[in-house]
Design a protein around this ligand. Sequence first.
Ligand code: HEM
Length: 154
Amino acid sequence: MSGFYIAMNLFGLDVLSRIVHVGTAITLVGGSLFMAIALVPSLEVLQSEQRSAFVTSVRNLWKRYVHAGIALFLLSGFYNYFRAIPKHEGDGLYHALLGTKMLLAFVIFFLASVMVGRSARFEAWRQDPSKVLRVMIILAALIVAVSGFLKIRG
Ligand code: HEM
């Protein structure tokens, strides 16, 4: 009986973790795409004074989502990982691809953090965000492709 409850609990957590993981990806990757496609190019229509107030406001609001999103990715990602290990013992390709995906995710976390941060060292990136946004979106597309492949190949 207790095995049944443990199984139900893990099943519930597995589903919750998947929903949190994919929901976070949709929110953060979607938000970054919107910024690259529509928001950054539209800054052109603002005067430079309005532009800097607008960009500061966007950054301060988006920052909370970036920080919460990184925390949720790490929590749900490591949970998924520990649940996946027993199913993939000795599966070299799985671990190689998942390791690469995690490294790419940490690069994105770094880029996203400095873009909403205050470090003077990265001010030039914040002044001209298009290139960094493009790199983040390409890396995110790679991560989604690798993750989807890992899920489907079993
Ligand atoms: C930019 C950050 C990330 C994105 C966009 C992302 C995206 C995804 C997506 C789309 C899936 C497939 C979910 C499904 O089909 O149900 C997935 C699965 C997974 N993710 Fe992530 N993820 C990110 C970060 C992480 C991190 C940091 C970890 C580990 C610490 C992680 C570990 C996993 C694991 C273990 C799976 C399950 C793979 C399998 O089905 O065997 N992810 N991720």
